[in-house]
Design a protein around this ligand. Structure first.
Ligand SMILES: [Fe+2]
Length: 243
């Protein structure tokens, strides 16, 4: 499995609180059969600064443990949409997903349709591919999951949290996931893990559930094929630009 959304880099946001927790989270991911991880510290203006020096320093330290465990660890960012998103991406103030053109973007839970639409449009018109983080958490999609179809037709991807599907985040969120999955509007399931307690990685458990509900091929698409395609696309871009 490939996990493209998690907060296992310590000391940079509300995720792992120490290097030890980062290490335990990596070992837990490996045990679950996860082979590739994109660590996505929050960037949210005024709340989570995504200080590049600290992020890189702690990422490199954690990467050594990942390598020892046979995991591939990439860097990304969970970007809380704001007015300067394009500027921050262009000047590499924040990372895209593993250096690809894909950007993990989150919104306020009460964001309006027009606000989400404008931000998605902005990213796409500049050549980025938005991945909507935990789409099940936003009021507009809880009310009308079908709206996700429009954003996917624009070129965006839809990510759901394993926890949300399993129901640990409450009934409304679980039911929204169910509808999104039933209408085949999801592209990726990720952990959004923050710690080894309430917000730990539950991808294995979620995958087993979805294998039962949706079949192996669908589960594979959500947990493996689509997220791996993001990492591959970064490598392809790299090859193209370096040859
Ligand atoms: Fe997150």
């Amino acid at each position: 499995m490939v996990d493209i959304h998690c907060h296992l880099i310590y000391g940079v946001d509300d995720g792992a609180a120490s290097f030890d927790v980062s290490e335990t989270m990596l070992a837990d991911a490996a045990r679950q059969g996860i082979t590739d991880i994109i660590a996505t510290p929050h960037y949210r203006e005024g709340m989570f600064p995504y200080d590049v020096d600290t992020v890189l320093n702690n990422y490199y330290r954690v990467s050594e443990t990942a390598e020892r465990l046979g995991l591939r660890l990439f860097l990304g960012c969970e970007y809380h949409a704001d007015y300067d998103m394009l500027g921050n991406l262009r000047n590499k103030r924040v990372a895209t997903l593993a250096g690809s053109n894909y950007v993990l973007v989150e919104f306020s839970y009460t964001s309006s349709y027009i606000n989400v639409h404008n931000k998605i449009n902005e990213l796409i018109s500049e050549g980025y591919i938005p991945v909507i983080a935990h789409a099940e958490r936003y009021g507009i999609f809880q009310k009308d999951p079908g709206l996700l179809m429009q954003f996917r037709e624009m070129g965006a991807y839809v990510q759901l949290n394993a926890d949300s599907i399993l129901g640990t985040d409450g009934g409304t969120i679980r039911r929204t996931c169910k509808k999104i999955l039933k209408e085949d509007l999801a592209d990726i399931v990720a952990s959004d893990s923050h710690d080894m307690k309430e917000r730990r990685n539950r991808m294995y458990e979620c995958r087993k559930l979805l294998e039962k509900k949706l079949g192996n091929a669908n589960a594979n698409r959500l947990f493996e094929n689509v997220p791996r395609m993001i990492i591959r696309s970064a490598n392809e871009d790299y090859r193209r630009y370096s040859s």
